[in-house]
Design a protein around this ligand. Sequence first.
Ligand code: ADP
Length: 466
Amino acid sequence: MDSGAWRPPAPARLVSARLTAWYCGLFSLSLAVLFVFIYWALDGTLRKANSELLHSKVKEFADTYRDAGIPEIRRDASQKRSDELLVRVSDSDNRTLFASLPYSDPQGEQALAGLEARSIQPMERLFTVSVGKGGAFEFANTRLKNGDLLQIGRNVARRRVLLKHFVESCAAVSVPVLLLALGGGALMANRALRPLRDLTATVQNIVATGRLDARISPEKTAGELRELVISFDRMLEKIQALVEGMRGVLDNVAHDLRTPITRLRGVAELALRNPGDLAGSQEALADCVEESERVITMLNTLMDISEVETGAMKLNLQPVDVAELARQLTEFYAEAAEDQGVLISLEAPGRCEAVADENRLRQAVGNLLDNAVKYTPAGGRVRVSVSQAGGEAVLGVRDTGIGIPAEELPRVWERLYRGDKSRSQRGLGLGLSLVRAIAQAHGGECRVRSEPGSGTEFTLRIPLAG
Ligand code: ADP
């Protein structure tokens, strides 16, 4: 890996900034909505209070007028000046008969020109009119018994000042609150994105150093990101196992290829040194073919194993009669077993259908039978059995051979592993690795039990059809 050519990208703060902006934006929007709502509610309450006051005053003054006429209204109005009330009585043509202003206006009654110019409003409905220097007044009116009109007005300035204060207070509060939101948003975005930053740092570290043992601690994270971190760690574990496995295979292949190829070269060189020896050359060529065959088989098997293990191999799954397959293979190995003085027998039901790739299954069972015959001395027995259990086809290969020592048992599945006592026999140390890979690719498994000196039993299980 050319770590020098790779430069880690600049840390992407864009997401963090965007999150902060979103948080701050939403917060500001909520705050604005809240302020508008309070403003609206406050304004409504003040208007309602004003309306109630004006209507009660209209009623009060109308009663006074009914009982004692305009002089009494005049007295009442001058007494209630402090209530900021404007009291006006006009005739049916809206000409002012009497008016009392809550402030002294230099324009005098001229200040009421706006009111006089205005058409008479429906009763009960408030209306706003500007009155001289006093500014805007809100009015309620009622028709008196003699046809005159009674209007009571109240200055709206106080309400407006109150609302203005409210708006100013909101504006003053908004600035620190928004700054707080900005800080809080940045903090939260920072915290939320920390696992992603750890993840990025770990990946950058792996890319830069090539070391796959780095992990992210999931304790620091919660929720969905915790799941991501755990999955990422698991993925790293798998990749590490795979890479280490591949390194191991490469080492083994390099080591195991050296011997046959060196031998090949030796045989060929010897033959070349004696060009006249035709028989010797023939023999050398035959040796070379045999040795090359061995190398090719080894490479093909290794390819098969890694294809099955990485899932790259396409299995042609279909119902396969395991009993029939076992029958054919037992017959096939019977001759070799007989030559070796080993008795081979089969115990199988009429039919036992599993879902499998027939060729691959044949390869797996063939390897088990080949080993059983190979590692069983003359006079021994090999028993093949087929049965069904727990929704699976169970194929057993039991022999009375040399057995496998307990310390070697876990290692027999390793690629290119060969037992100490087996070295005298032909073999590549790949048969059982392929058997296990094929079993697992079928969703099944292969197990071994062995007693050194007494024999070994391999059990292969794969799911039944249907
Ligand atoms: P090999 O080419 O050596 O047979 P395998 O992968 O098939 O490679 O088996 C790995 C090792 O497991 C063998 O070298 C042998 O030591 C042991 N082994 C496998 N099958 C048997 C058996 N039936 N009896 C005894 N030992 C066995």
